[in-house]
Design a binder for this molecule. Structure first.
Ligand code: SAM
Length: 402
């Protein structure tokens, strides 16, 4: 059964489905979802680039930052990094390789867990991290997706319905060990609801074709707009990323009294920016490096994303007892970490001037406003770590100076 048929089947059995369910099926249907069946979406031959596709320096600089965090925590004998949605694992490999080479004491204490829901990408992770997995330094965990009960009596015609709601954080170490949670371009890949003046967007079938329709929103969704976003004006669509809030709660519950530090890097916006009439409707589809606002063109064959609402994410962190730093850009973050040694981490493997020139361009792409530097924001939140220790991290220094 094709993904389109599966979606239609579900609508026939259950009635109109919310946009979040459509997005969930498109990305994470166990057989036909864009991420579940495909491991070739990254890089030049795929549909999009992420920072680790640009150059290993992204992971190397973060390894430097993680080592600093470990030292700020007085060098605990064990510390876990949990990466959410690691994709094919380039970032993890860069962090582990560089830590092994440059920060051996930190590396000795480190356990790196990769929580990836896509079976195709889990296989890629095994391949890309073979040595670290064999050495029991890296652990790959999937996500037990919860099967929702079948609707209606009689023999089911649709496959069992699955949910991508977080079934829990999978830590390797105990809840008493310090934890760093890292998520690069994870939150933008979570299903969202969409609200307009007409109501909450659903997908129905009309003459056997997918058709948009609106139903009344839930009180919690309207409350979300009141608190963290804006209400749509005529002709506008505003996203409600409730699932992202659930993930923050799960993250906060993944340690007891042990130190917890969360680093989220993603493209996104704040409520203030929405009030200034920006970022009102950010759902986009990506295929072969071109962007389209049409999420219905090729279900399962294109990436679907929504910008991250950082105001809501920060509020969820604070509600869970975490302390948030002021939002800053990827550019400020990487400049802060890299400037002390003039980004030596980037150039270490360069033998020839041409190689240096190429790496300088890649670094520029990661750091400058024209590249990914200003589009990507960094949210850092912590609990159980003295605030002055967090403020002294090199990744925050550039932020403080502005
Ligand atoms: C846009 S990709 C980012 C990949 C990687 N972080 C990078 O920067 O290259 C989003 C990733 O999140 C994963 N993902 C989405 N929902 C997930 C979930 N519930 N549990 C674990 N991984 C998930 C996807 O399968 C995909 O690998």
């Amino acid at each position: 059964m094709s993904l389109r048929e599966k979606i239609e089947c579900e609508i026939r059995e259950r009635g109109p489905i919310p946009f979040s369910r459509y997005m969930e099926l498109c990305l994470y249907d166990p057989d036909e979802g864009y991420y579940s069946r495909n491991a070739e979406q990254f890089g030049k031959a795929g549909d999009f680039y992420t920072s680790s596709d640009v150059h290993a320096v992204f992971g190397r600089l973060l390894a430097r930052q993680f080592d600093e965090i470990w030292r700020a925590l007085d060098r605990p004998p064990q510390i876990e990094i949990l990466e959410l949605g690691p994709g094919r694992g380039l970032f993890a490999r860069d962090v582990l390789d560089w830590s092994n080479k440059k920060f051996p004491d930190f590396f000795a204490a480190l356990i790196y867990t990769l929580q990836e829901s896509s079976p195709a990408l889990q296989a890629k992770l095994q391949e890309n991290l073979t040595e670290h997995v064999a050495a029991e330094k890296a652990y790959i965990s999937g996500e037990a997706r919860i099967a929702r009960p079948q609707v209606g009596a009689g023999a089911p015609t649709c496959p069992a319905e699955q949910s991508s709601a977080p079934a829990g954080i999978h830590r390797r170490l105990t809840y008493h060990a310090p934890l760093i949670v890292f998520a690069n371009e994870f939150f933008d890949a979570l299903p969202v609801e969409i609200l307009s003046l007409q109501g909450k967007l659903h997908l129905a079938l009309e003459n056997n074709r997918l058709q948009e329709t609106c139903l009344p929103p839930l009180a919690a969704e309207l409350e979300f707009l009141d608190r963290y976003s804006v209400h749509p004006e005529p002709g506008e669509r505003i996203e409600v990323p409730i699932l992202a809030q659930d993930w923050i709660r799960q993250i906060a519950n993944s340690t007891t009294s042990a130190p917890l530090l969360l680093i989220v890097i993603d493209y996104g916006y704040t409520r203030e920016q929405q009030l200034a009439d920006r970022y009102r409707g950010t759902v986009m589809a990506y295929r072969h490096h071109s962007a389209s606002p049409d999420p219905y063109q090729a279900p399962g064959e294109q990436d679907l994303t929504a910008h991250v609402n950082f105001t809501a994410l920060a509020a969820a962190c604070e509600q869970a007892g975490m302390r948030c730093e002021k939002l800053f850009t990827q550019s400020q973050f990487l400049m802060g970490i890299g400037e002390k040694n003039q980004f030596a981490d980037a150039f270490e493997d360069c033998r020839l001037p041409q190689e240096r020139a190429k790496v300088a361009l890649q670094l520029k792409h990661l750091v400058t406003p024209a590249g990914m530097g200003e589009n990507f924001q960094v949210l850092m939140a912590s609990r159980g770590i003295e605030p002055d220790k967090v403020a002294a991290l090199s990744g925050l220094l550039w932020n403080e100076r502005r």
